[in-house]
Design a protein around this ligand. Structure first.
Ligand SMILES: Nc1ncnc2c1ncn2[C@@H]1O[C@H](COP(=O)(O)OP(=O)(O)O)[C@@H](O)[C@H]1O
Ligand SMILES: [Mg+2]
Length: 255
């Protein structure tokens, strides 16, 4: 749908999305709209299709049916690199930083990815690039660890480094899959603040899959609840919290 100025109203639209794996239906008749600048939390019991939804948006998986529309353009089943080039970047559920490289070297990887092949051999860092990396490390609370091997970071810090790497990719839409998995309560709170700060201070739309209801409460934005591959409810934290059916699906009691 187009807004008055001809720009699409939603940065992302998912229509009638379906994904089957053999006899298993992981995503079913899923419709979702994300507004420009929105920060959306996606929750739902294990195995309800959250990660599969992200894989379908990023092109890592091809849908069985349905459409993915980014900024008014259909990108369903485009190759992953082309979808990345539009500015859709994701953080995986398991941290995937390069453990044998330093924090700083990890942060440089997205810059290499943007370079033209002719200058790929260049090993020095431009002043702007250095400044940007240090600013991003500051934002993700890792400025003091720039020279540390990523493999030596605590689990929570690896998650933050990966968020920093996603930011260095200059996303327009950032997808975070359980960024607080394995974090302490204190780290979870810092991560919730970080995600809110990113959403408020940058022109980045964010979708975050979360298991931790403390995180979702802290972030306090519109929540989408998935169940058995479809959207079950959408609402505020208070609405979700008061909904008995949602408690039941988490406890496996929904009929
Ligand atoms: N590549 C795959 N091959 C087969 N089955 C899969 C694959 N990916 C996910 N599934 C299945 O699809 C369902 C949804 O999985 P997933 O999207 O990972 O759920 P969630 O992230 O909500 O926990 C699960 O039953 C899972 O086992
Ligand atoms: Mg998952």
């Amino acid at each position: 749908m187009l807004a008055g100025d001809g720009k699409p109203k939603h940065i992302l639209e998912v229509n009638g999305l379906r994904k089957t794996f053999g006899g298993l239906t992981a995503v079913e008749n899923l419709d979702l709209r994300l507004e420009y600048g929105e920060l959306r939390c996606i929750i739902g019991p294990n195995g309800c299709g959250k990660t599969t939804l992200f894989n379908l948006i990023t092109g890592n998986l091809k849908p069985t049916a349905g459409r993915v529309i980014f900024e008014g353009r259909e990108i369903t089943a485009w190759p992953v690199p082309e979808i990345s080039r539009l500015g859709i970047y994701r953080k995986f559920q398991v941290p995937s930083v390069f453990e044998g490289l330093t924090v700083y070297e990890n942060m440089r990887i997205p810059y290499f990815a943007r370079m033209k092949p002719s200058i790929l051999g260049r090993s020095s860092v431009s002043r702007n690039e250095h400044q940007e990396i240090m600013e991003l490390l500051e934002r993700v609370n890792l400025a003091g660890q720039a020279g540390e091997l990523a493999g030596n970071l605590a689990h929570g810090q690896k998650q933050w480094l990966e968020i920093g790497m996603v930011l260095a990719s200059r996303p327009r839409l950032m997808l975070l899959d359980e960024p607080t998995a394995g974090m302490t309560i204190a780290e979870t709170k810092i991560t919730a603040d970080l995600v809110q700060e990113i959403s408020e201070s940058s022109n980045i739309s964010v979708m975050v899959i979360e298991h931790d209801l403390g995180f979702v409460k802290e972030v306090a934005r519109k929540i989408t609840v998935m169940y058995k591959g479809s959207i079950f409810r959408e609402g505020t934290y208070e609405e979700i919290q008061a909904d008995k059916d949602i408690h039941d699906i988490y406890l496996g009691r929904h009929r």
